[in-house]
Design a protein around this ligand. Sequence first.
Ligand code: GLU
Length: 334
Amino acid sequence: MKKFKSIFALACSALLISVAVVGCGGNTPATDNGDDSGSSADWPSRLAVATGGTTGVYFPLGGAFANIISENIEGVSANAESTGASVENVNLLNNGDVDFAMVQNDISYYGFNGVEMFDDQAAMTNLRGLASLYPETIQIVAKSDSGIMSVQDLVGKRVAVGAPGSGTEANARQILEAHGISYDDITPDYLSFGEAADGLKDGNVQAAFVTAGTPTAAITDLATTHGVTIVPILPDVASALIEDYPYYANVVIPAGTYKDQAEDIPSVAVMAMLAVNADLDEDLVYEITKALFENLDSLASAHARGADVTLEGALEGMSLEIHPGAQRYYDEVN
Ligand code: GLU
């Protein structure tokens, strides 16, 4: 696989001589900078970071991570790509179509082990961990005039369950199931957060699942123009859910997270993490991990949840084997 990738990269760089960049984005070797003492001359000059929809949290934080790479690693520039999020991202990363991915820790675990939604495909053995980031809360949103107050009230309703290829969609299925509800009992609509917010505004959907760091822009925007209710996931159901799917943890969505939200709302959360392709050069991943932790302020200014990222928390909830380059950095600083 590695060999195939480098042959492909070489073919791409040869093509670049006569053809425009199209199709050779991922792994073009950096031009030789004359420094033959290190391996950096062999590093790809372009790296891709898979994120999520533009109104989520992966997109701004993945963008900040890409900027950290471009600004700190000489000869390397990184680009954040909008995607359907976690499920799509682990596929892209495992196939080598991107170099890094923002992903939920539950979904990366399922992918690496070939279970749950991945049980009909080979285990994704090219996935490695770089860092655990921040909690992503399962937020079930309805308009306050909808009369929807509980998960049970979703029965018979048209519900946005996340974009195709999202982790949100997996969470929606599991949470409904924990309440004894299946997709046969609702009309599921596979929408991104932005589409779901528009659907709620227009009345085309009655509720939406959003698994993302809080506050999530799509919900913030909706709440500024329409009254919204965040539906609680009650502790007894949460306990049963956590027993079946241990990557969930109990959280509250603090009062005031969204306009007119007067109370704390109980829910569950998973962790967002950065995953990396196993084949990416160890020295390069070391340098990128170091640059990330030396520039945490850039994450904090991109989104409130960026401030949750710390060295101490970097391995909390980590569901993948750590890439050796990242591990070297953690060993060095700990
Ligand atoms: N966790 C979400 C998912 O994988 C995406 C969250 C985001 O875009 O911030 O579906």
